[in-house]
Write a protein that binds this ligand. Structure first.
Ligand code: CP3
Length: 337
């Protein structure tokens, strides 16, 4: 949280996206007994999964075990998470009627289990790590809602965006209103910081981003100012970096496609920065992982406001021991105590 506030912590904080997932044997074991959605919607199990990487890796952030799709429960959209596929919506949202029918409700009503899990987590975690809440960003959620399943290009969603802009804006407004309530609720329930995942943003050019997406992201961050600090996440968005900075989050997460110092400079140092080791590098021998981490630390050069992370989620085949070693390496390499 010191780094989020752009002050200098004793050592650079580290957490990983998807740190609680399938690379952990203890998570796989939990999943043998419970489905993914059962874990995510049962507060005791969600807290158990949240704490696994904190205990094992010594990371500085505990990411609430949940999913960006959960608010769809409150919106009245049935979905499944199919193993090895991802989120699937049997009846995608493609018509004015379907968009009108989407409900905008707060998490007390829509996803009470998320709030309960955060309250439990706060108690069990103590001061060991910061609590990270999160939500899917409107564009990424709209991709899933309209397309109905994971896709490389989301052509149905983008066709609505380009071809039926009024409908698109109506959909984005509903998702945005829901997301603001969802993230405010998480902050009240104990999240120290919230991250907005815009995982598919890299599909857009800067002009379309500014027309169809940026106003909504901006409204979310503006609504949370003074309530809870925010992190913007995306990947493959070198073409959008300045425009993302304009949405005014506290921290911008960047992937490995730009060196971290160059990305930060392009953001005019107006926000903190999170990143940016390539998760695939964790498949390489330790010497290469350490060299990648050292390069990031050198490029940051002690400037306050860096959170060490990967550029995207941990890959399932990653050796968890390498992640533990990486956390220790970054902590030791940045020790200012
Ligand atoms: O440590 C953590 O980060 C856990 C919390 C978390 C999950 N999903 C758990 C999960 C977070 C932060 C997410 C975010 C999420 N979910 C995103 C944004 C992050 C990103 O990677 O870009 C997206 C796009 C989703 C949608 C989603 N849910 C996908 C693509 C998948 C994976 C499908 C698969 O099996 O390959 C899910 C399911 C999911 N969410 C899993 C986990 C641990 C795997 C489910 C399992 O146990 O099989």
């Amino acid at each position: 949280m010191t780094a989020v506030r752009r002050q200098q912590p004793d050592r650079t904080p580290v957490w990983f996206m998807r740190q609680a997932g399938r690379c952990l044997p203890e998570y796989r074991e939990l999943r043998e007994r419970h489905s993914f959605l059962e874990v995510a919607t049962t507060p005791e199990l969600a807290v158990e999964a949240t704490l696994m990487p904190v205990d094992r890796f010594g990371v500085d952030g505990a990411v609430l075990f949940a999913d960006i799709m959960l608010p769809l429960d409150g919106m009245g959209v049935p979905f499944e998470i199919q193993p090895g596929v991802g989120p699937v919506i049997a009846d995608p949202i493609r018509t004015p009627g379907a968009i009108e029918a989407l409900r905008v409700v707060g998490p007390e009503e829509g996803t009470p289990y998320v709030l309960e899990a955060l309250r439990l987590l706060r108690g069990e975690l103590g001061g060991r790590a910061a609590v990270l809440g999160f939500a899917g960003a409107p564009f990424t959620l709209a991709c899933y809602l309209v397309e109905g399943r994971p896709s490389k290009d989301y052509p149905t969603a983008k066709a609505m965006m380009y071809g039926e802009p009024a409908l698109w804006h109506r959909l984005m407004t509903k998702i945005t209103d829901t997301t603001i309530l969802y993230l405010k609720g998480q902050a009240e329930a104990g999240a120290d910081v919230v991250q907005l995942f815009d995982s598919w943003l890299g599909l857009l050019d800067a002009g379309s981003y500014r027309n169809y997406v940026q106003p909504y992201t901006m409204r979310i961050f503006a609504s949370l100012k003074g309530i809870v600090p925010t992190v913007h996440f995306s990947t493959s968005t070198v073409q959008l970096l300045e425009a993302i900075g304009e949405t005014n989050p506290d921290v911008v997460s960047v992937d490995w496609r730009l060196p971290v110092d160059e990305a930060w400079r392009r953001l005019d140092y107006a926000t903190g920065i999170q990143g940016n080791l390539d998760p695939a590098r964790l498949m390489a021998p330790w010497e290469s992982i350490a060299a990648g981490a050292d390069d990031i630390i050198t490029r940051v050069g002690g400037r306050a406001g860096h959170i060490f992370n990967l550029g995207h989620g941990i890959m399932p085949r990653t050796d968890p021991d390498k992640l533990s070693r990486l956390v220790e390496h970054v902590h030791e390499g940045t020790d200012r105590g």
